[in-house]
Design a protein around this ligand. Structure first.
Ligand code: TYC
Length: 104
């Protein structure tokens, strides 16, 4: 007996729609605190988020004055890694700096 035509089966079409679904994006935010130095926050923005010095300083000041600020938008896994890297670097240096992620 001939094999069924898999290309035209509903099951295969449904799966291929899922495979082409756009990845969900997440904002990564830095949160203000009273103890982390401005210099350290700028250094994190440059090294973890690949910002230039002027943009890093601008974001740091926005966080300092407004409580939180956007560092970038990434896939779920990259956003999670950025948050974990920020917290790890901060703790290594004795700072309470926090980062958060939220759906775009
Ligand atoms: N508020 C801190 C200070 O005055 C600086 C700071 C900025 C801390 C941004 C955290 O995400 C932050 N030293």
């Amino acid at each position: 007996m001939a094999a069924p035509d898999r290309q035209t089966s509903g099951e295969v079409l449904e799966r291929s729609e899922q495979q082409t679904k756009k990845p969900e994006l997440y904002k990564v935010l830095l949160l203000n605190d009273d103890y982390t130095t401005m210099e350290f926050v700028v250094e994190v923005l440059e090294s973890v988020f690949h910002k230039g010095p002027a943009e890093a300083y601008r974001i740091m000041l926005a966080v300092h004055t407004q409580g939180k600020g956007l560092c970038g938008v990434y896939s779920f896994e990259v956003a999670e890694t950025k948050v974990a890297t920020v917290v790890e670097r901060a703790r290594e240096n004795g700072f309470p700096l926090r980062a958060a992620m939220e759906p775009e």
